[in-house]
Every structure is written in structure tokens, then in C-alpha cells.
Design a protein around this ligand. Structure first.
Ligand SMILES: [Zn+2]
Ligand SMILES: [Zn+2]
Length: 330
């Protein structure tokens, strides 16, 4: 039964994307054909008024572009699997010299020390923070969840795009509601008011209801993801850490999330803010890769301050819940 649902989610992926695009673009059209002309009167505006109208127009085009860019990237960017790594390694190795070969094999072996094999169909070593996705039928690096709306998993390589897509979408929905509220009321007033716009009245009303509902629903999901970013967890890890915390408490020990570098640093790491990509690049609709290879992750100082045995214990405990989680839906 679970497998059937997974297969249905996988098959329906393109339909989900088409519906999402249709709704987003219908609302964008409602904005440009109704809300924008309603809120800004070009012929009556002063020089500065005209300048501000141009600025607002550019700003809204930028927001619409950012939504589409990050949505496209979240769909097209593979979150990362071990199968890809092996394919790349063998590609590299075919053209590499012996010493290069040795270095790469050494790197993979070093990484593998921490791996356990996936018991499911992929049968490949499973890196830390990876989980098996039953819809994609693969182990996904730094797995967060499978999202039917992007017909893809949210994982190491596309989590940033997914979060930015939601961010731009929620801000745009709030903007639409704030400025579209009055034309929305006009669209409902069928008896007395005129409708001089090239956009059907019922669709304007529908766009507003959609913006409110989706804005609230995606807004909540977006806030949840920011909470996870600031605390250096994925959705799966949140539940696992909760379980681990309880275990530690029972044993009278303090639980340390080994990937938690503090509020600010966690956000910097997630968005890959560094010398190459300064903070303002978050605002650019350009492809920016995440930090690290997705197989091994840096651990915080507090973790290394723990006695070696406790470090081992925490890693073991994490691997146990990692296995437990993935065994659930066999
Ligand atoms: Zn797997
Ligand atoms: Zn998936």
C-alpha cells in the first residue's frame, strides 16, 4: 500500500509542478492586470510618482523572476546520491593518473569509515545525514523530505533553492494581499462597481483567496525551515534529535547536536555565505552550490570537547536512529 502511494506520488510529480506554475502565474497575471493598474495611476502621477511606479514594477518583476528561478533550480538540482558520486568517480578515474587515482580512492575510503550500507534497493554506503527516500528509491544526502511539488527530494544540493523559493513566494503573497485587498473587494461587488480590467473578476477573487491560504500554509512551512536552518537540523534530524535528547536525559547526559555552530554560523553555512559568495548573493537569482560535498559534515567544537567515547556513542546513536527511520517504511 505504502509502495503504491509512493509510486503514485512519483508519477503525479509533473502534474503537481504544472498546477503550482499555473496558480503562481495566474496570481502574477492578476497582479499585473488588476492590482498594479488599480494601485498606481501613471497619468495622474508626478515625476517622482512615475519614478516610484517604475521602481515598484522592477521590484515586482524581480520577485516573480526569483520565484521562478528558485523553483526551477529546486526541481532541476538533484539533492545528491551516492550513485552519482560513484558514477563521477569512475568518470574521473578513467582519465586520471595513478597518483590522482590513489588520492581519490583514499578520500572515498576515509569517508566510508563513517558509512553503513543502505539495507534497501540502492545497497550503497549511506553517508552521515543521508536517508533513503522511498519515492525516489535512493539514499539522498542530507535528506530533508520528499516534496511532490518539486517532483524531487529536498536534500543537500537543492535545500537552499527550496527555502529561497518559499521565501520569495511568501513575501510575494503577502505583498499581493496587502495591495490587492481593495481591488478584491471591488471584484466581489458585482452590483455597483465597474470592472475595467482584462482579467476575469472571479479569477481575481480566487487569486486573493489563494494568496491568503497558500501564503499562510507555505509561510508556516517556511518558518519551520528557518527554525531548522538556525538550529542546523533537517526535518528528519529534528525528530531523531528529539529522540536522542530524551535518551541522553534518561542517562543523565547532555545532548549535543554535532552540526550546531550557533544561530548565525548555521545560517551562514546553510546559505553558503563565504568569501566567494558574500551575504548579498542570497538576493541574486544565480546558481550557488551548498557548502561541502554532502558526504561528510564538519562538527562543532562542543562535540570535539566531549570524551572520545561519548563522541563515538553520539555517532552510533545517530546512526541507529538513521537506520530506524529508514526501516520504518520497508
Ligand atoms: Zn538507500
Ligand atoms: Zn524523494
Amino acid at each position: 500500500m505504502v509502495q503504491l502511494i509512493d509510486r503514485a506520488i512519483d508519477k503525479a510529480g509533473p502534474v503537481f509542478i504544472a498546477v503550482a506554475l499555473l496558480l503562481i502565474d495566474m496570481s502574477a497575471l492578476a497582479y499585473y492586470l488588476v492590482v498594479f493598474p488599480y494601485s498606481h495611476d501613471w497619468s495622474e502621477a508626478s515625476f517622482f510618482g512615475k519614478l516610484s511606479i517604475i521602481f515598484i514594477f522592477i521590484f515586482t518583476v524581480y520577485m516573480v523572476y526569483c520565484i521562478h528561478f528558485h523553483y526551477y533550480m529546486a526541481i532541476k538540482t538533484h539533492p545528491g546520491t551516492m550513485a552519482e558520486i560513484y558514477a563521477k568517480e569512475s568518470d574521473h578515474l578513467s582519465g586520471a593518473t595513478i597518483s590522482e587515482h590513489e588520492v581519490q580512492v583514499h578520500e572515498v575510503l576515509l569517508d566510508m569509515e563513517e558509512y553503513s550500507d543502505c539495507p534497501k534497493t540502492c545497497h550503497l554506503p549511506k553517508p552521515e545525514r543521508a536517508h533513503h527516500c522511498s519515492v525516489c528509491n535512493q539514499c539522498i544526502m542530507r535528506f530533508d523530505h520528499h516534496c511532490p511539488w518539486i517532483h524531487n527530494c529536498v536534500g543537500h544540493f537543492n535545500h537552499r533553492y527550496f527555502v529561497l523559493f518559499m521565501t520569495y513566494l511568501v513575501i510575494s503573497a503577502a505583498y499581493f494581499v496587502a495591495f490587492g485587498w481593495r481591488p478584491f473587494v471591488v471584484s466581489l461587488d458585482l452590483l455597483t462597481s465597474e470592472w475595467p480590467y482584462y482579467f476575469p473578476r472571479p479569477l481575481m477573487a480566487f487569486s486573493m483567496i489563494l494568496a491568503i491560504c497558500m501564503g499562510l500554509a507555505i509561510g508556516a512551512l517556511c518558518l519551520w525551515h528557518y527554525y531548522l536552518i538556525f538550529t542546523a537540523q533537517t526535518t528528519v534530524e529534528f525528530y531523531n534529535n528529539y529522540y536522542d535528547k530524551k535518551q541522553c536525559k534518561r542517562q543523565g547526559e547532555v545532548f549535543i547536536n554535532m552540526y550546531d555552530f550557533g544561530f548565525r554560523e548555521n545560517a551562514r553555512r546553510f546559505f553558503n555565505v563565504c568569501e566567494q559568495f558574500p551575504w548579498y548573493t542570497i538576493l541574486y537569482p544565480i546558481p550557488i552550490p551548498p557548502r561541502g560535498n554532502g558526504r561528510v559534515f564538519e562538527k562543532c567544537e562542543e562535540f570535539y570537547l566531549l570524551p572520545k567515547s561519548r563522541q563515538r556513542e553520539q555517532i552510533e546513536m545517530q546512526r541507529e536512529v538513521q537506520e530506524l527511520e529508514d526501516d520504518k517504511d520497508i
